[in-house]
Design a protein around this ligand. Structure first.
Ligand SMILES: NC(=O)c1ccc[n+]([C@@H]2O[C@H](COP(=O)([O-])OP(=O)(O)OC[C@H]3O[C@@H](n4cnc5c(N)ncnc54)[C@H](O)[C@@H]3O)[C@@H](O)[C@H]2O)c1
Length: 469
């Protein structure tokens, strides 16, 4: 057995598959793990760990969600998630409950409750407080607690630790505590959980190595230990800060290219060809905007947690503002093109295909499509919405219009077809057969149609406009 506190020896041992002994278990099958919060992230983690052979117990305060999961139903649309959950519950490797007493059997406890932000960017910590307080009454000596939820730096040490200690046990003495960011993306979550390197930062060295050993045993992935809880907390924020800001750059580059009649995709492809740092320049793609629960809130977490310590962070705010303005900018492109075609936007019909914020998902959380639809409706246009992956009731709630039941119904006599998510279902659309109005505009908000496709659309009599194209 290696010394627990020698970083080089620990990493070497992990790579050589030698047990560190920190968890007192070297066989994943003998580890019981509790996952607190069975929302989208918690369900993906619980399913993946159970599929790897671990004994998993999931705890959520939402009895309806727990009932669904124990009944074999998964409300989250994620590739392979429903099947993996079903496999795990049927094999008895995953149990779900609302009762925190179940945590007592676990060697490792993962916390994945929601951490939204208030309008001022501060953490809405009710779920996290509730989970930690409930846990504090059920902790056992020797357990490893790992926070997965995204939080401002300092939260694990200053909020989570004291709440957990309210039950009388002391962090670093009676239990270990670490932070491990969750960096998966919707649509590819399970594959990413099985392959992405895992970042760990602990309350002390023993906590860091216990968490490193756990993730290595549980998932077999590369572990990147950090010097502190705060370092690991910032890694997650840095990732999303970078992604949001990079997309903002792409969006402004698109607007810039449009000034010179240049296709932004050509510029990005060529610009990305030179090596820089550890890879190439890597400008992402422009679009109708950024959505989902993470990219829209995490930069504000950075901004707010810096500001409360007297530091003004400009880039997080600028990235957010540029991306938040894209739905209206995209709607304005439609209005300008309709006017250029001699059509009055106030009496035009616009069909929106793809409402979710991401291709091949039905997720409407913070979808930029909402701002696009609202801006066109404000200009007086009749807007029809269609997305076969989105629950129609939810779509009506978000967009205020009943979604069309079919593609045909959505595009009938439309002056513009706006493709805002290129789901697989839309890839094979026969544009020549669509019953649209004469001189219909194709607005490409995320489809990134290649030049040959654009030329083909023009031959069919369509106008075409993309973001920066
Ligand atoms: N959604 C993503 O793609 C994603 C990606 C990476 C990281 N994250 C982060 O992961 C965390 C979870 O995100 P999510 O999308 O799964 O959120 P979610 O809202 O889908 O799930 C949160 C779950 O926690 C449960 N919960 C709330 N209070 C509880 C309590 N006291 N005890 C037990 N359960 C409780 C809720 O009932 C809900 O099921 C957040 O911090 C988020 O920022 C999310």
């Amino acid at each position: 057995m290696v010394m627990v506190c020698d970083p080089t020896a620990v990493l070497a041992a992990l790579e050589a598959e030698q047990p560190l002994g920190v968890l007192e278990r070297s066989v994943p099958e003998k580890l019981t793990v509790a996952v607190i919060g069975l929302g989208y992230v918690g369900s993906c983690i619980a399913a993946t760990l159970a599929d790897r052979g671990l004994d998993v117990v999931g705890v959520d305060t939402n009895p309806m969600l727990v009932g669904e999961l124990s009944g074999g139903y998964c409300r989250f649309q994620e590739h392979e998630l429903a099947e993996t959950l079903l496999r795990a519950t049927s094999a008895g490797r995953l149990r779900v409950t609302t009762d925190y007493a179940a945590v007592a059997t676990a060697k490792v406890v993962l916390i994945a409750v929601g951490t939204p932000v208030h309008d001022d960017g501060s953490l809405a910590d009710e779920q996290l407080r509730g989970a930690c307080l409930s846990l504090s009454g059920h902790l056992r000596r020797g357990q490893l607690l790992v926070l997965k939820s995204t939080v401002p730096p300092g939260t694990t040490r200053e909020l989570v630790l004291p709440l957990l200690e309210q039950g009388g046990l002391v962090g670093g003495v009676d239990f270990k505590l670490a932070f491990t960011p969750e960096r998966l993306a919707e649509g590819t979550a399970l594959a990413e959980l099985r392959t992405f390197p895992i970042v760990v930062g602990g309350l002390d060295e023993e906590s860091t190595w216990a968490a490193a050993e756990f993730w290595h045993l549980a998932l077999g992935v590369r572990v990147l230990p950090q010097d502190s809880l705060e370092s690991a907390e910032i890694v997650k924020l840095a990732d999303n800060w970078w992604i949001d800001l990079n997309i903002a750059l792409a969006n402004e580059l698109a607007k810039y290219c449009a000034l010179f009649d240049v296709d932004v995709l050509d510029v990005i492809a060529a610009a990305n060809s030179i090596p820089k740092g550890n890879g190439n320049v890597n400008i992402l793609l422009p679009s109708v905007g950024v959505g989902g629960s993470c990219l829209t809130k995490d930069p504000w977490m950075v901004w707010r947690s810096a500001r409360s310590r007297g530091l003004e962070i400009h880039t997080a705010q600028v990235g957010r503002e540029v991306n938040a303005g894209m739905p209206e900018h995209t709607a304005q492109l439609v209005i300008d093109e309709l006017v250029a075609a001699g059509k009055d936007p106030a009496s035009a019909t616009v069909a929106v295909l793809g409402l979710a914020f991401k291709n091949n998902t039905g997720d409407l959380r913070a979808t930029p499509t909402q701002g696009f639809v609202a801006a066109l409706a404000k200009a007086g246009a009749e807007v029809r919405v269609y997305d076969p992956l989105v629950d129609p009731g939810l779509a009506e709630e978000v967009f205020g219009v009943r979604p069309a039941g079919t593609l045909h119904e959505a595009v009938l006599d439309a002056d513009c077809v706006a493709v805002l998510a290129l789901h697989r279902e839309f890839e094979g659309i026969d544009f020549g057969a669509l019953p649209v109005a004469a001189r219909c505009l194709i607005l490409d908000g995320r489809a990134y149609y290649p030049k040959e496709k654009i030329a083909a659309l023009r031959r069919l009599g369509y106008d075409y406009r993309g973001i920066g194209r």
